[in-house]
Write a protein that binds this ligand. Structure first.
Ligand SMILES: O=P(O)(O)OC[C@H](O)CO
Length: 413
C-alpha cells in the first residue's frame, strides 16, 4: 500500500518496526566488530599486574581484605572451602563450566562428602550457556538453581523477575567473601575485578543475606542462623531484595554522593545511571568535588558501552573525569568518597542492578581501608585513558548514529 494511503497508526507501526530492525542490525554489527577486534588483538595484551590482597582492621575485631586479582582470590576461596568444618554457603551469579568452575564444584563436593553442610545457589538465566550436567551435584550438596522464570501465579508479579546477581561465599560463619568476581577462568587473570574477604562479626551480614534468600526460595529446607548480629557502625551490608521491593544500594550511593566534599572515585563495569544518580554526580562535580569515573573502554557488553556514552556529554560538561580502562575488561563495582567511605559489592551502576536484581554491597567507613581503595584506584588510572571533552566531541559521526539508535534501550538495562 502506498505511504500516502496509510493511517497514522499504520505509519507509526511501520516506523517502530523499521526502527527495531535498525536497532537489531546495529547491535549485530557492533557485536561482530567487537568480536573481530578481540580476535585480531588476540592474547597479545600484557597480563594484569599481580597484586596481593591487602588486609585492614575495620571496626571491632573485623578484618577486611581487598582482592584485585582473580588468582589469589580463587586460591583463598578454595582453601577456605577445603578447610571448612561445619558449613559452606556458596552463591554465584555465574559459574563457568570450565577448569575453574570444576575446581569449585569438586571442592564443594569434597567438603560435603566429609560431612560439611554445603549449600549452593546459582542463577538459572546467567548460566544458560553452561551444560546442565555441570550443575549436577550429589545429594549431599544442597543446590538452589534460581529459576529463569517464576512459576505459577508468581509469573504475574514483576517482583519475581530480579536475577540473583550476588557473589557470596561464607565458610563456617567465620570467613565471608563478596564482590564482583563470578567464577571462571576468564575472570582469573583477564578481567580486573574487586572482591572483599571478611572475618569477624561482619561475616554475619553475608551469612544472613544467603540464609534469607535460601529460606525464602527453599522454605522446606530452611537453614538455621547460627551467629548473632552486632551493631558495628563502620561496616554494613546493603541488600537489594526485589521480592520485597527493597533497593537500598541505590539509596546508599545517592546519600554518599550527596555528602561528598572532596573526591569521588567510582569504578563500574557498566554505567547506565538513572537521572538521580547522574544528577548527584554532576551536582557533586559542580560544587567542587573531584569526581572520577573509571569504566572499561570496551566491555563484554557492547550495547551497555554505547548506552554509557549517552551520558558522557553532560558529565564532561560538568567537569566529571571519565577514565577508560584499556586492554582489559574492568568488572569491579566499587567506590571511595572523601578518603573515608567505601563500597565493594555486586551492583553495577545500571537499572538492572540498582532497581532490578538481588544484589549485595558492603559499605565501609574507615580511613585506612579507604586509603587502600584509593591506592587501587590510582593504579587503575595508570592503566586507563582520560576521555577529554575535545576527543569526545571529535568522535566519528557513525559512533553518534549508533548512540542515537541504541538510546531507547536505556530503560531496559
Ligand atoms: O553481571 P555481572 O556484573 O556479574 O557481569 C557478568 C558479565 O557481564 C558476564 O557476561
Amino acid at each position: 500500500m502506498p505511504w500516502s494511503k496509510l493511517s497514522a497508526r499504520q505509519l507509526l507501526r511501520r516506523f517502530l518496526l523499521g526502527f527495531l530492525m535498525v536497532q537489531t542490525a546495529a547491535i549485530a554489527s557492533l557485536m561482530a566488530t567487537t568480536r573481530v577486534r578481540k580476535i585480531l588483538r588476540g592474547k597479545g595484551t600484557a597480563p594484569l599486574p599481580r597484586i596481593e590482597p591487602r588486609t585492614f582492621a575495620v571496626g571491632d575485631g573485623n578484618e577486611a581484605s581487598v582482592y584485585v586479582n582473580g588468582a589469589p582470590l580463587y586460591e583463598d576461596m578454595l582453601s577456605a572451602i577445603a578447610q571448612a568444618e561445619h558449613r559452606v554457603l556458596f552463591e554465584s551469579y555465574i559459574v563457568k563450566g570450565d577448569a575453574m568452575g570444576r575446581r569449585f564444584k569438586h571442592a564443594l563436593i569434597d567438603a560435603a562428602e566429609r560431612g560439611v553442610e554445603v549449600y549452593v545457589i546459582y542463577d538459572g538465566f546467567a548460566n544458560l550457556v553452561v551444560k546442565p550436567s555441570f550443575f549436577r551435584f550429589p545429594p549431599s550438596v544442597r543446590v538452589l538453581r534460581y529459576p529463569i522464570l517464576p512459576s505459577g501465579l508468581r509469573f504475574l508479579n514483576p517482583r519475581n523477575y530480579g536475577r540473583d546477581h550476588r557473589k557470596i561465599l561464607v565458610v563456617d560463619d567465620k570467613i565471608g567473601f563478596v564482590g564482583g568476581y563470578n567464577v571462571g577462568e576468564l575472570y582469573e587473570d583477564e578481567w580486573r575485578d574487586t572482591h572483599l574477604a571478611l572475618s569477624g562479626t561482619a561475616v554475619w551480614d553475608l551469612e544472613n543475606a544467603f540464609i534469607d534468600f535460601w529460606n525464602v526460595h527453599r522454605p522446606r529446607q530452611r537453614i538455621a542462623q547460627v551467629t548473632r548480629p552486632t551493631w558495628e557502625p563502620t561496616i554494613r551490608a546493603h541488600r537489594n531484595i526485589p521480592k520485597q521491593l527493597i533497593f537500598p544500594i541505590r539509596g546508599m550511593y545517592l546519600e554518599a554522593i550527596d555528602r561528598a566534599q572532596e573526591t569521588i572515585e567510582l569504578t563500574t563495569a557498566y554505567f547506565i545511571p538513572d537521572t538521580d544518580i547522574l544528577d548527584a554526580l554532576i551536582d557533586a562535580s559542580r560544587r567542587g568535588v573531584r569526581v572520577r569515573i573509571l569504566l572499561p573502554k570496551v566491555s563484554n557488553h557492547v550495547v551497555a558501552d554505547f548506552l554509557a556514552r549517552g551520558y558522557f556529554n553532560r558529565l564532561l560538561d560538568a567537569g566529571v573525569e571519565i577514565w577508560r580502562y584499556t586492554d582489559h575488561m574492568v568488572h569491579a563495582k566499587t567506590a571511595t568518597i572523601d578518603g573515608s567511605w567505601s563500597t565493594i559489592g555486586t551492583a553495577n551502576i545500571d537499572r538492572l542492578s540498582l532497581t532490578g536484581n538481588y544484589e549485595i554491597n558492603l559499605e565501609i567507613i574507615n580511613e585506612e581501608f579507604a586509603a587502600g581503595m584509593r591506592a587501587v584506584f590510582a593504579e587503575d588510572v595508570e592503566s586507563a585513558e582520560r576521555l577529554t571533552a575535545e576527543a569526545w566531541q571529535g568522535r566519528p559521526v557513525v559512533a553518534r548514529l549508533y548512540e542515537w539508535v541504541l538510546k531507547p534501550l536505556k530503560p531496559l538495562l
